[in-house]
Write a protein that binds this ligand. Sequence first.
Ligand SMILES: [Zn+2]
Ligand SMILES: [Zn+2]
Length: 207
Amino acid sequence: MSKQERSSIDERTLERVVDFHGHLCPGLAMGVHAAQIARREIGPHSPDEEVVAVVETDMCAVDAIQFLTGCTFGKGNLVHRDYGKNAYTFFRRSDGRAVRVVGRPDAWQRDPEHQALFAKIREGTASDVERARFRELHQSQSRALLSLDPDELFSVAEVDGPPPPMARIHASVPCAQCGEGVMETRVRRLGGRELCQPCFDAAMADT
Ligand SMILES: [Zn+2]
Ligand SMILES: [Zn+2]
């Protein structure tokens, strides 16, 4: 495979990723690259649970990974570890091959103007002109990121160790307080009653 083939997804696929996520942003571009590395190292889109991704962030990038690798939250083959890192591990169940894909810390310099405008928008103090300029920079930053080679942005290392266990179907039991069904592994017990987490929290807050 040439560098060029590895580094670009076609525009049609990119459009579908953007539709899924809602917008094009630098984080999504990062995820596109991580997903491309996963597909190269681990294999194609996973319709079932044959590939598992462990993602160490819950930001925009994960949507590109879900869409492009087929590792999704709902199928149980996407596991979130809340470490706040631009890092993703992919496991192939068939032969145990696994790779961890980690963002290179200095590979991508955030544009200071883009950052400053983003801060103003979050504070709610950006003017219309500043908002327009932000959108323009957001797009150009995303495009610039997409044009890089995935291996410039990420390092890849093989990983030893088993993948997380397969998703299991658990029985549902009614919460003694609100009556809503709760997966049995998530039930909290208080004074002999089986409660859902929010009702457990509310009961604890009252005591
Ligand atoms: Zn985004
Ligand atoms: Zn409840």
